[in-house]
Design a protein around this ligand. Structure first.
Ligand code: DGL
Length: 268
C-alpha cells in the first residue's frame, strides 16, 4: 500500500479528461495535476522541446513525492515517454499504449483510425503500437490540429466543429475504419460531433478511459494502491492564469476546483 499522490501532467486543461477517468477508477487516490498552460500547445512543437518540457513537468511533480506519473498529454506520451521513462525511478504511464490496446480490442475488421495533434500523428507512436499488437492492421491516421482550438473556444457542439470534422475525416470514412482512437486530450470533449460525422458503427476509443484502467492495473501489480478511508485530495497547478483554468476545468471534471496555484515551471 502507498498513500502518496498520483501525479498527472498535460499541456493545459485537456488532460482533465484523464483525471476524470482516474477518479472513477481510483476514487481513493490523491491526485496532483499540472497543466502547462503557459506553453500550450505541445502538438505543434519539436520532439526536443516536448522532451525538455516533459522532464521539467516530471521533476515538478516528483517534488510533491508522487508515487507514479500519468502523462495525460498524447503528444508528450508519443514523443517523450519512450525517451524519458527510464530516467526516473517511479512508474510513468502514457496514454498511447493503453489507447492503442483499446482500439485493437474494439476493431473487428482490423482497419483502425488514429487522429491527434500533428506531433502525435507524425511521431507514428500510435501506429507502431497498434501494428505491434495487431500485425497487419490497416491504419489510417490524420492530424486534426484545429480541434484543439475549437474545444478551447467551447465550440465542440457547433456547426463549425461539424464542418471541420467532415473535412478532416473524409479519408477516414473512405478507409472504412471500424475503430478510431481519439488521440488527443481535447477530442473526447468533441465525441458527440465525431460520432455524428463517423456514424454509430465506428467505435470511438478514448485513451483516457483505457489509461485509467492501465494505471489501476500497474499500481495493483506493484502494491502501490492507496488504502486511505478519508476523502481524497485533488490539487491543481498551472504555469499561467489559474482563474481561466479553474473556470474551464471545473466544467470538465464537474467538480469545483479549490486548489489551483500558478508555478514557474522553468525553475524545474
Ligand atoms: N494535450 C495535447 C495532446 O493531447 C493537446 C493540446 C496541445 O497541443 O498541447 O496532444
Amino acid at each position: 500500500m502507498n498513500n502518496q499522490a498520483i501525479g498527472i501532467f498535460d499541456s493545459g486543461f485537456g488532460g482533465l479528461t484523464v483525471l476524470k477517468e482516474l477518479r472513477k477508477v481510483l476514487p481513493k487516490e490523491n491526485l496532483i495535476y499540472f497543466g502547462d498552460t503557459a506553453r500550450i500547445p505541445y502538438g505543434t512543437k519539436s520532439k526536443e522541446t516536448i522532451i525538455k518540457y516533459s522532464k521539467q513537468n516530471i521533476r515538478f511533480l516528483m517534488r510533491h513525492h508522487v508515487k507514479a506519473i500519468v502523462v495525460a498529454c498524447n503528444t508528450a506520451s508519443a514523443l517523450a515517454v519512450p525517451e524519458v521513462a527510464d530516467l526516473f525511478d517511479i512508474p510513468l504511464v502514457g496514454v498511447v499504449e493503453p489507447g492503442a490496446r483499446g482500439a485493437v480490442r474494439e476493431s473487428a475488421n482490423g482497419k483502425i483510425g488514429v487522429i491527434g495533434t500533428t506531433g502525435t500523428v507524425r511521431s507514428g507512436a500510435y501506429q507502431a503500437a497498434i501494428q505491434r499488437m495487431l500485425p497487419g492492421a490497416k491504419i489510417e491516421s490524420t492530424p486534426c490540429p484545429l480541434f484543439v482550438q475549437i474545444v478551447e473556444e467551447g465550440w465542440q457542439d457547433t456547426e463549425i466543429a461539424r464542418l471541420t470534422a467532415e473535412k478532416y475525416l473524409a479519408d477516414m470514412k473512405e478507409a472504412k475504419v471500424d475503430a478510431m482512437v481519439m488521440g488527443c486530450t481535447h477530442y473526447p470533449i468533441l465525441e458527440e460531433t465525431l460520432r455524428n460525422v463517423m456514424g454509430n458503427e465506428v467505435k470511438l476509443v478514448n485513451p483516457a478511459k483505457e489509461t485509467a484502467l492501465a494505471v489501476q492495473a500497474q499500481l495493483m501489480e506493484q502494491g502501490l494502491l492507496s488504502d486511505r478511508t478519508d476523502s481524497p485530495e485533488y490539487r491543481f497547478f498551472v504555469s499561467d492564469d489559474p482563474e481561466k483554468f479553474r473556470e474551464t476545468g471545473s466544467r470538465i471534471i464537474s467538480l469545483p476546483m479549490t486548489h489551483v496555484k500558478k508555478i514557474s515551471i522553468e525553475n524545474y
